[in-house]
Design a binder for this molecule. Structure first.
Ligand SMILES: Nc1ncnc2c1ncn2[C@@H]1O[C@H](COP(=O)(O)OP(=O)(O)O)[C@@H](O)[C@H]1O
Ligand SMILES: [Mg+2]
Length: 251
């Protein structure tokens, strides 16, 4: 379980997340939506220890995030960004996948096996020796996802990862979201992707404005007509089968 206690996170000197209390249960698939600038990425960076917080602010499986060394933290929680370019550290897809694994102190033979497994799993064989930065946007994203996935973190955050994917790669990610036993946090602006979570959270101005079981969405009274959530709904109405029904409920 990942739990935050009055979490405060800053970007530069500006407070983006303040007094934030949130529980992410082990095995739970959570979808996080919200307007641009609402703090989704900042929260993801905080939960994965990339942006620092105060001791006692974030506890991961009973241990304070500030007490983790980097290698144990990466085994616990992985993050994949919308722009994978920022994530690449090598000039070869195979080595890129191996890099994370060696950082979490895996044995050579296990590294080899894990690389082979994700290359097969994510269909990367034909680009195995390519420089990640020379790949298409979709291929880059798949390499970034495979590199993090190879480490088998218990908690995985996907920060708007499907934006640049072609249909086939996107479907592969959807399969992964369905099948994975990891706890996943899907950050998205694509309302079709809400269906992959058991729980959906709306983050607005650094605060949770809405937190519900996905199945309860339809009958919820949280949909104020002028809310950010409703605006997002409206923008994505073509992707939301329940849209007309939600409109009815709001009348
Ligand atoms: N690298 C950065 N440096 C300074 N401020 C940032 C940076 N990234 C984001 N911010 C600010 O943090 C706030 C939240 O942004 P962000 O966490 O990226 O939201 P979201 O992912 O929901 O779009 C915004 O006001 C944004 O301007
Ligand atoms: Mg973001």
């Amino acid at each position: 379980m990942i739990k935050t206690y009055s979490l405060t996170l800053k970007r530069d000197e500006k407070i983006v997340i303040q007094n934030f209390d949130f529980t992410w249960n082990k095995g739970e698939k959570v979808v996080l939506v919200g307007p641009t600038g609402g703090g989704k990425t900042t929260l993801a960076l905080g939960l994965s220890g990339i942006i620092q917080c105060e001791p006692g602010n974030i506890v991961i499986d009973s241990m304070d995030i500030v007490d983790f060394d980097l290698s144990s933290l990466r085994k616990k929680i992985g993050i994949i960004f919308q722009d994978p370019e920022t994530q690449f550290v090598t000039t070869d897809v195979g080595r890129e996948i191996g890099f994370g694994l060696s950082n979490i102190n895996k044995e050579r033979s296990e590294i080899k096996d894990r690389i082979a497994a994700v290359v097969e799993d994510f269909n990367l064989k034909h680009i195995l020796n390519r420089d990640p930065s020379s790949l298409s946007a979709g291929e880059k994203q798949m390499v970034a996802i495979a590199s993090v996935y190879a480490m088998q973190p218990e908690y995985l955050i996907f920060d708007e990862v499907t934006s640049f994917l072609d249909r086939k790669s996107r479907e592969r990610i959807y399969e992964l979201w369905e099948d994975t036993g990891s706890s996943i946090l899907i950050i998205t602006q694509n309302f079709q992707e809400i269906n992959f979570g058991e729980r959906v959270i709306l983050l607005e101005d650094g605060k949770i404005n809405f937190d519900a079981k996905t199945g309860d969405l339809e009958g919820s009274s949280h949909f104020a007509y002028d809310s950010a959530f409703f605006n997002l709904l409206r923008k994505n109405k073509d992707d939301i089968p329940q849209y007309e029904r939600i409109l009815e409920l709001l009348k």
